[in-house]
Ligand binder design. Structure first.
Ligand SMILES: Nc1ncnc2c1ncn2[C@@H]1O[C@H](COP(=O)(O)OP(=O)(O)OP(=O)(O)O)[C@@H](O)[C@H]1O
Ligand SMILES: CC(C)(CO)[C@@H](O)C(=O)NCCC(=O)O
Length: 310
């Protein structure tokens, strides 16, 4: 049985306990589809989808229905009629750079969209809400990319508020890792999804005013030991030399021809000066706020789950 910590709002489950909670949820994904969703360096296989992501998909499906009933309770109280309106269910996914958030987000998006009750699932990453490079330079923030102040937090809050309010069309800016900048003129359009997933380093940050996390109906934190995440970051950087960095248009193209030891030193420098401090100072402190923490082992596999029950 799941172990319940006394006087704790959380319940911790080992993977073999968690996987039982899938019940009869079917696996609607093939190995080929999974390969397309898997990020560079991720190890995730169909067994992990079945054992970890299907129970999660079932839990969220139950919570979407419950959230709708809660919304209807408030409209009844106000003496209004919902006219069958559904409020988009908002999911936040937080965690360090290189922990595998974007793979988690893509898998979850695909699985949730296969339930007949909520087929329209959109995914946005907060990368699009980074200030453009010129603005970061102007504010002296080029070495703080990914820190809370490097984002246009007001624009992100406005975006999610509009989606949740049922706006017909809401637009988000688009970031490119290749350009290391926002792409001028490009946008992502979101049209009344049943579920919106918002993935980003700092999405669980609280604030003195309303923040985007206040609009989340469910949130996930992808967690691992810092030393493992640093290693994954450096290994990914080494691999990117042969893929993304090889493109002459890449901001990091000058790293493509670096030998292993020099590339490793560059990656470690970026980690130790930017991404590591951001994890310790800003990202990990938000972990207690997440509805669910997915804990990864040194080989990327998810071995433990912590659910906020209360
Ligand atoms: N400099 C880069 N050039 C090209 N692609 C990159 C670069 N950095 C990261 N990527 C790719 O972009 C994707 C998302 O990376 P990003 O840094 O936004 O998220 P992350 O949090 O580091 O990754 P993850 O999703 O693994 O947690 C990853 O699949 C990664 O391979
Ligand atoms: C765009 C972010 C902030 C988040 O995805 C990150 O990938 C980033 O660019 N961090 C800055 C340091 C680095 O290049 O890894």
């Amino acid at each position: 049985m799941p172990r319940v910590r006394e006087r704790s709002p959380y319940v911790e489950l080992q993977r073999d306990q968690w996987r039982e909670l899938r019940r009869s949820t079917p696996l609607p994904l093939t190995a080929a589809e999974l390969a397309r969703l898997r990020g560079l360096g991720e190890q995730l296989d169909l067994t992990e989808v079945a054992e970890v992501y299907l129970p999660l998909s079932r839990l969220i499906n139950l919570q979407v229905a419950a959230r709708q009933r809660l919304y209807e309770a408030t409209t009844t109280f106000l003496g209004e009629d919902t006219h069958g309106t559904k409020v988009p269910f908002i999911i936040g996914i937080a965690g360090s750079v290189a922990v595998g958030k974007s793979t988690t987000a893509r898998i979850l998006r695909t699985l949730l969209a296969r339930w007949p009750d909520h087929p329209r699932v959109d995914l946005v990453t907060t990368d699009g809400f980074l200030h453009p490079r010129a603005e970061l330079v102007r504010r002296g923030l080029m070495h703080r990319k990914g820190f809370p102040e490097s984002y246009d937090r007001r624009a992100l809050l406005r975006f999610v508020t509009e989606v949740k309010s049922g706006a017909e069309e809401v637009r988000a800016p688009v970031y490119s890792h290749l350009a290391y900048d926002i792409l001028p003129g490009e946008e992502q359009v979101v049209r009344r999804p049943d579920i919106l997933i918002v993935e980003g380093l700092n999405v669980l940050q609280p604030g003195p005013r309303l923040t985007v996390s206040d609009l989340f109906d469910f949130s996930l934190y992808v967690d691992a030991h810092t030393a493992d995440i640093e290693r994954w970051y450096v290994e990914r950087f080494l691999k990117l030399r042969h893929t993304a960095f090889a493109d002459p248009a890449s901001h990091f193209h000058h790293f493509a021809s670096l030998p292993d030891d020099e590339a490793r030193a560059e990656a470690q420098h970026l980690w130790r000066t930017i991404n590591g401090p951001n994890l310790e100072e800003n990202i990990r402190p938000t972990r207690p706020r997440a509805t669910l923490v997915l804990r990864k082992d040194c080989d990327h596999s998810i071995n433990r789950v912590r659910l906020r029950k209360l």
